[in-house]
Design a protein around this ligand. Structure first.
Ligand code: HEC
Length: 148
């Protein structure tokens, strides 16, 4: 009785270990968004934010800055091991400002706020030695497949 009981326990333990092993394997292959990939997405929303504000589409501008914020949050969540993530807080003042300016629906203030935001992007690229990624205020009619 004692023997069969402890054998059962050993069996249970083996089951658990193999379950943990297979879960760990599955975790390894779970998709997490990369740093550069997230930046590419941020770039798209940065452009749309500009066109939204410039055209007085304040609801769109609000949506786009929200998307940018979410993507930065994703970096904190999924890229916490990258030392570059530590610099993310330098975006906070310019993000807070543009949210405020969007609420005021003032195009001139929006333009200034957008430049300030863009400067913060570049400040981090310089700090992290990606100074060759130079973000600018969008020129021409990019993202032309959407009406702003
Ligand atoms: C926390 C620092 C930091 C901030 C803030 C930041 N970036 Fe980046 N960015 C990086 C790093 C690091 C890379 C290189 C990522 C990699 O490893 O591929 C990068 C790369 C990029 C790239 C190149 C991606 C590509 O595939 O071409 C773009 C575009 C970009 N960032 C846009 C932006 C924009 C727009 C903002 C501001 C709204 C911004 N970044 C703010 C750190 C930052």
């Amino acid at each position: 009785m004692l023997v069969s009981c402890s054998n059962k326990r050993v069996g249970d333990k083996r089951d658990l270990i193999s379950k943990i092993d297979s879960l760990e394997k599955r975790l390894d292959s779970v998709y997490t968004p990369g740093f550069g990939e997230t930046m590419g997405d941020i770039q798209t929303h940065h452009a749309k934010l500009w066109y939204g504000g410039l055209n007085g589409n304040w609801k769109l501008a609000e949506f786009e800055i929200h998307e940018i914020g979410e993507l930065f949050d994703n970096l904190i969540k999924y890229q916490s091991s990258r030392k570059e993530t530590e610099y993310l807080s330098l975006m906070s003042p310019s993000i807070k400002n543009i949210i405020k300016v969007i609420k005021e629906k003032n195009i001139e203030k929006f333009k200034k706020g957008f430049i300030q935001l863009t400067n913060s992007c570049n400040e981090c690229h310089i700090k992290t030695k990606y100074e060759f990624v130079r973000i600018i205020v969008p020129r021409g009619d990019q993202m032309g497949n959407q009406k702003y």
